[in-house]
Design a protein around this ligand. Structure first.
Ligand SMILES: NC(=O)c1ccc[n+]([C@@H]2O[C@H](COP(=O)([O-])OP(=O)(O)OC[C@H]3O[C@@H](n4cnc5c(N)ncnc54)[C@H](OP(=O)(O)O)[C@@H]3O)[C@@H](O)[C@H]2O)c1
Length: 291
């Protein structure tokens, strides 16, 4: 299959480009080579490469900066996917678009998860822009798959686990205070890329959730990772009020992969299993990067 990956310089985009290239003809384009907000650029690439599936991993993901840069955030996360979808429609190309748990308001008791058809109500500019992107894709292209995921980490690019490691190594005597009142499922971008590989060959469409199984708080996630990394650390749980941020974040970000499960296509695994595997597989490289 001919597959175009946008945002291929990012965390998920790189994993998708690497994995899919094993079985498909892949063109991965980072932002410097394709700006998804430019209809001209998108049209030229699509007309030249003629993909059968486009996977949109491009997004403006700096959640707090989105509050002060709402125009850019809406252009990349809201309008960009609409441009891609409209251009895909012209060449009968399927589009897989990545969205987020931040479309939900998180006001639901833990561990009750969010299902695909639950009502959306984003709390932040980022969440509103991602919701606008979902709606634009639905309006412009029938042959689409929107995958909502959450709490991504991976080898490429900055993420929460790498930050925890850097902080633990930079001052081993210091006690890390980590938020314990937001809940979700840390999801390995490589696992999601594998799931996407399977979905490429399936006919599933519409909106689905794909996150790791189970749930944790940021504190529990950090603890599990640092233990698996076998570095000295001291950590304490704290309330999110200790770390006020420009963007409001959902308290409960737990997504249920309901549609994937019903279709017999769910290949995601328990969050802690993957966090440990990620740490064990990449320990040396993660340590070298963090020091
Ligand atoms: N990270 C998470 O925790 C998380 C959680 C839920 C959902 N998601 C969603 O998952 C997807 C992948 O996220 P990620 O963690 O891989 O993010 P990421 O590492 O920030 O990658 C996003 C990529 O998009 C590129 N990009 C930004 N503006 C662009 C534009 N106008 N045209 C083309 N490319 C552009 C960025 O390139 P530059 O760096 O060059 O700007 C970056 O390489 C996104 O849709 C995100 O919303 C992420």
């Amino acid at each position: 299959m001919r597959v175009l990956i946008t945002g291929s310089g990012g965390q998920l985009g790189r994993d998708c480009a690497e994995l899919l290239a094993e079985a498909h003809t892949v063109l991965g384009l980072p932002s410097a080579r394709l700006d998804i907000t430019s209809r001209d650029q998108v049209r030229t690439v699509l007309q030249d490469f003629r993909p059968e599936t486009l996977i949109n991993c491009a997004a403006y993901t700096a959640v707090d900066r989105c509050e002060s840069e709402q125009e850019r955030c809406m252009a990349v996360n809201g309008a960009g996917p609409g441009i891609l979808a409209a251009e895909c429609a012209l060449i009968s190309c399927r589009m897989i678009h990545i969205s987020t748990d931040y479309v939900f308001n998180g006001r639901r008791p833990v561990p009750k998860p969010w299902h695909e058809d639950d009502p959306v109500e984003p709390l932040s500019a980022y969440g509103r822009s991602k919701l606008a992107g979902e709606e634009a894709v639905r309006q412009r292209l029938q042959d689409h798959l929107i995958i909502r995921t959450a709490w991504l980490y991976g080898l490429h690019g900055p993420n929460f686990l790498k930050t925890m490691l850097r902080l633990a190594l930079s001052d081993p005597g210091r006690t890390l205070r980590v938020v314990d009142d937001q809940h979700g499922a840390l999801t390995w971008s490589r696992r999601l890329a594998k799931q996407i590989t399977l979905l490429l060959d399936s006919e599933i469409s519409g909106t689905i959730h794909a996150t790791a199984a189970g749930h944790c708080s940021w504190y529990e996630g950090a603890r599990c990772f640092l233990e698996a990394m076998q570095v000295p650390f001291s950590i304490q749980p704290c309330d999110s009020s200790e770390y006020p941020t420009p963007a409001h974040r959902p308290r409960n970000s737990i997504l249920a992969n309901t549609r994937l499960q019903k279709a017999g296509l769910d290949r995601m695994v328990a969050w802690d299993e993957d966090v440990v595997r990620f740490a064990q597989r990449h320990r040396d490289r993660l340590l070298a990067e963090a020091r």
